[in-house]
Design a protein around this ligand. Structure first.
Ligand code: AMP
Length: 418
């Protein structure tokens, strides 16, 4: 299949050529014809598969073909600010030879410039849920002319406690519309949510979350907590000047790692939810421009980060939720590029590696020839029990945080109502 044979309009084909996209990815060849046909889509796909173009191209094309007054015709809701910005950037690129007007809104920054842009007229709006509802409530956004609604990364949306916001947004959409729903995983609550949004959707599945991109080489270094810092420096030395996206489970940990790397004259920065939005964007831009060698990120901040030709992802901590591992390493080896994932595993985390291997149905290559080998004896039954307990504790903490976040968004909404 070629883009030229997919009934894509000439200005978009030209923009795709500029981007050097030679052929559509799997999700693009499956989804574009269905979306152009006006059908609803339930897409099981994660970032890195070319999902953005799969929905952005038909949206741009719809607006190009229908013309008329500049009103919000398409709304894309996505969980993180970084992802929202990235989607809008892609729309700019794919639509650069059309007159389609688009913008992006997200929280954490003043609303003035976003409101000015909305007032100047927009066809395609990309938004995070909180700021969207806020600006709708203030009367800056009208959705009565909406033709296409996209809910992106639905599973993350629920993980981040946005379910109430999503329900509210759905109620504000016109009944007659086309809806596209994307999620990396499809647990029951996601399928239930999708049934409230979609009408007779066509199901499309690419790269389920339990399969890791074939182009990514995966390695694990078994080590100890006390030697992780030195092992990291050793690895960074071995891969010369390659850029690395490094994951840390906690924000505090991310700051600490970045500080230590700087101490060793390795250009690095941390990105996580406690950093100001402007700072997050600046750091991301610098990393994309190659000015920062190691970007240390937490899972949520890194969601959706798309760096062309990123060769290395390092897991400084092994995620206790196996799906997160797949999301993390999916940051490299995007759209067919070769990538490497390196995991640094301390004894308490050995069990997580086993969970991950079960999920991806693959053995991760163990690197044995390094100077910081794990010295602890194999875990006893009692230690295994301890680890299991810790796992349960973290799970409870995760759900408690989620509940808190849901509570917070409820309070915010109540405040807004008042
Ligand atoms: P996404 O899943 O939308 O985040 O896209 C992942 C990456 O793949 C982005 O860097 C896109 O620019 C790139 N990409 C999307 N479609 C294609 C294509 N047909 N050919 C090559 N690269 C693509």
């Amino acid at each position: 299949m070629k883009f030229e044979n997919m009934n894509i309009i000439e200005p978009v084909l030209k923009a795709l050529k500029d981007k050097n996209y030679t052929e559509p990815t799997s999700i693009q060849s499956k989804a574009i014809p269905i979306i152009l046909n006006g059908k609803d889509v339930l897409g099981s796909a994660q970032t890195g598969t070319g999902k953005t173009a799969a929905f952005a191209i038909p949206i741009i094309q719809h607006i190009y073909n229908t013309g008329g007054k500049v009103k919000i015709k398409a709304l894309i809701v996505t969980p993180t600010r970084e992802l929202a910005i990235q989607i809008d950037d892609n729309i700019r690129e794919y639509g650069k030879y059309t007159r389609v007007k688009h913008t992006v809104i997200f929280g954490g920054v003043k609303q003035g410039k976003q409101v000015d842009k909305l007032n100047s007229g927009v066809h395609i709006l990309t938004a995070t849920p909180g700021r969207l509802l806020d600006l709708i409530n203030q009367g800056f956004i009208k959705l009565n002319e909406l033709d296409i609604f996209v809910l992106d990364e639905a599973d993350r949306m629920l993980d981040m406690g946005f379910i109430h916001d999503i329900r509210k947004i759905i109620k504000l959409l016109p009944y007659k519309r086309q809806s596209l729903f994307f999620s990396a995983t499809m647990p029951r609550n996601i399928v239930e949510l999708s049934s409230k949004i979609l009408k007779n959707p066509v199901k499309i599945e690419v790269n389920p979350v339990s399969s890791t991109a074939e182009t990514i080489q995966q390695y694990v270094y078994f080590t100890n907590k006390s030697t992780k810092k030195d092992l990291l420096l050793h690895i960074l030395q071995n891969i010369e000047n390659e850029q690395v996206l490094l994951f840390s489970r906690t924000k505090h940990g991310a700051d600490k790692i970045a500080r230590n790397l700087k101490k060793h004259k390795i250009n690095s920065a941390a990105i996580h939810g406690d950093k100001a939005q402007n700072n997050r964007q600046k750091v991301l831009k610098q990393f994309k421009a190659g000015e920062i060698r190691v970007l240390v990120a937490t899972d949520i901040a890194a969601r959706g980060i798309d760096i062309q030709k990123l060769k290395y992802v390092i897991n400084y901590d092994i995620p206790n939720v196996a799906e997160d591992y797949v999301h993390r390493i999916g940051r490299s080896g995007r759209a067919g590029e070769a990538g490497n994932s390196i995991s640094l595993c301390e004894p308490e985390e050995n069990i997580y590696i086993r969970d991950i291997e079960k999920l991806i149905k693959l053995k991760i290559n163990v690197v044995n020839n390094h100077p910081f080998l794990q010295t602890d004896k194999p875990m006893t039954q009692a230690e295994k029990k301890e680890v299991e307990k810790e796992k349960q504790r973290r799970k409870q903490e995760f759900f408690a945080n989620r509940k808190k976040k849901q509570g917070n968004s409820q309070t915010q909404n109540n405040r807004r109502r008042r």
